[in-house]
Design a protein around this ligand. Sequence first.
Ligand code: AR6
Length: 166
Amino acid sequence: MENIRVIKGDITKQAVDAIVNAANSELKGGGGVDGAIHRAGGPTIMEACRKIGECPTGNAVITAGGNLPAKFVIHTVGPIWGNENGEEKKLLASAYHQSLLLALKNNLKSIAFPNISTGVYGFPKDLAANIAIQTTRDFIKFHTTLHVTFVCFDDENYLLYKNQLD
Ligand code: AR6
């Protein structure tokens, strides 16, 4: 059995080792899932982000989970569609890959992803789902102890993932 599943819901409610945040490169918070995570997790997450400073697009950093049910938050920065000199796909794959690597480095067993870049950053949802699933499958083939959940907030994303994972 493949350790990948998809659910529809709110990522801030997931009791996993780490949830992933779709952050911006200044780690300064914002709307969407980023806003929801900082609201639910409390101010210690932002304090930790401030200490880290910044995170380049396609990379990821880790903080504790504050008041969240998740132990950690992995903050990754997805590409802005149309703003990355044609590197959008590569950068989105990198955001997933670097997040999975951080989970592994910290001995985490479960990680939940939102649909990175598919909100404010405008990445086409079908293409983003392909990249997220392919990158994750390639990774957990070699790291079989890691359980991955894709947490979709909207029906369109949920159906895209469900069709690809069934
Ligand atoms: N749980 C799961 N998914 C959610 C939640 C939630 N509580 N809330 C929204 N989503 P976005 P981006 C979904 O815009 O496109 C921020 O301002 C949402 O439906 O949050 O990577 C940051 O600070 C969408 O499918 O992230 C950055 O500046 C997905 O999360 C910028 O937005 C991602 O949408 C990042 O843009």
